[in-house]
Ligand binder design. Structure first.
Ligand SMILES: NC(=O)c1ccc[n+]([C@@H]2O[C@H](COP(=O)([O-])OP(=O)(O)OC[C@H]3O[C@@H](n4cnc5c(N)ncnc54)[C@H](OP(=O)(O)O)[C@@H]3O)[C@@H](O)[C@H]2O)c1
Length: 384
């Protein structure tokens, strides 16, 4: 179920009910398992953080605490609202968390340039690590989320398949700076780290700036409403290049594996579905799933073009009783970004597989599963 934000009075009541419920579940887990680990999931409302919380709380030996600035609620975890850019606030909220054993860091602050991303994203990570070191005597491991930006994939054609052992690119690049900081900070300490490098992530979240599945689903819903064919809106050169994606559920499993396996300490891992595709093969299949006619692509700057469709969406909301406003389904800039990659976009994920992580996801089926979920949650109209 997709996470909801912005609590009103009734939600306050539900939030305290969820808090009591999650405390009971944790007490039951404890009784059953003796000792349990405590996860602090930083970035709990993100595409990646939400799935991580769901997965960890399905496991018998984890207590889960989720953290974001927004006030969140749900029965899978207890939630904290913290602004990680504020060191004082971070300390005030963290000082009640001596039981944290594992930090799963998936927070992200967006900025308009690659260079501007470094400062806030490094500050948030530093505030988490340095505060947890102070307040939690049981702290064992930090897992932090990276991506193919460490390989320069966002800048243009890069060496493929990218390997964890590839030499770093010239910074400023926030993920590389974060890793450098963690490596230095860990020197002489008893805790360890793992860095996780997914491709673009597929997950059923709402209101996130980087959500490819939502871009495709909402674009398709608008095409259907306007009686238009499903045209590839990206750069023509991106249509036939090799791509790979990472399912958010698979990513959650891999992240927990790397944070707890005895052979994975202080290393990075590429994590991907395990198959490759080209939009040219997948696009007509997606059109079929949505019951849309396929037609040759036209490069459409989604961020500009889709701004105009808000009125259509509002009409659709009424007509189909949809749950989401236009802002929360609009990751158009991210859609433009991903669909502009007119070069192969893939890594070698055999290192994780060699060390014991063997999960695989079929990317086409991943999309259908997420689109089905969007329809069940009435984020988009039913296509059946
Ligand atoms: N999505 C992808 O396809 C993808 C692919 C590869 C790598 N990655 C990387 O994975 C990481 C997470 O990505 P994502 O897509 O899950 O990001 P996201 O959906 O934007 O989530 C970011 C999370 O960080 C929290 N956050 C931001 N500023 C905060 C602050 N000052 N204090 C506390 N929490 C804060 C946000 O909650 P609030 O806004 O409520 O604070 C949210 O929970 C990023 O580094 C991203 O580059 C993402």
């Amino acid at each position: 179920m997709i996470q909801r934000y912005d609590l009103n009075y009734f939600d306050e009541y539900k939030a305290s009910y969820c808090f009591v419920l999650s405390s009971i579940i944790i007490a039951m887990k404890k009784e059953k398992n003796g000792s349990i680990k405590t996860a602090l999931v930083v970035g709990a409302s993100g595409v990646i953080g939400q799935n991580l919380i769901q997965y960890l709380s399905s496991l018998p030996d984890w207590k889960v605490i989720g953290l974001a600035r927004k006030r969140l609620s749900g029965s899978s975890a207890t939630y904290l609202s913290v602004d990680l850019l504020d060191k004082e606030d971070t300390y005030e909220k963290f000082k009640g968390l001596p039981e944290v054993t594992h930090v799963f860091y998936t927070a992200y602050q967006d900025r308009p340039t690659w260079a501007a991303l470094v400062e806030p994203n490094l500050t948030m990570l530093k505030n988490v690590v340095e505060t947890i070191e102070k307040v939690s005597p049981h702290f064992q491991h930090i897992s932090f989320m990276q991506g193919f930006k460490v390989y320069g994939a966002h800048l243009g054609p890069f060496k493929t398949p990218a390997k964890e052992s590839d030499r770093p690119i010239m910074t400023p690049e926030f993920m590389t700076e974060q890793q450098r900081y963690i490596e230095q900070q860990q020197q002489g300490k008893s805790w360890s780290w793992s860095a996780i490098r997914p491709s673009v992530v597929g997950g059923a979240a709402l209101g996130n700036p980087m959500n490819l599945a939502l871009v495709l689903a909402v674009y398709a819903a608008l095409c259907k409403e306007l009686n238009l064919p499903f045209r590839f809106p990206g750069k023509p050169g991106a249509y036939d290049k090799l791509m790979e994606l990472t399912d958010a559920d698979l990513l959650a499993k891999a992240t927990v594996w790397a944070a707890t396996d005895s052979q994975t300490s202080n290393q990075a891992f590429n994590i991907t579905n395990g198959d490759l595709f080209r939009w040219s093969e997948l696009w007509p299949k997606l059109a079929r799933y949505f019951g849309l006619e396929w037609a040759p692509g036209v490069p459409l700057p989604l961020k500009d073009v889709m701004e105009d469709q808000e009125k259509v969406w509002e009409t659709m909301r009424e007509k189909y009783n949809l749950n989401a406003d236009y802002k929360s389904v609009s990751s158009w800039a991210f859609g433009d970004f991903v669909l502009s990659w007119d070069y192969d976009f893939l890594s070698d994920s055999s290192k994780a597989r060699r060390l014991g992580f063997h999960e695989y996801v079929n990317t086409e089926e991943m999309f259908y599963r997420i689109f089905d979920q969007f329809q069940r949650d009435r984020i988009i109209p039913s296509f059946k």
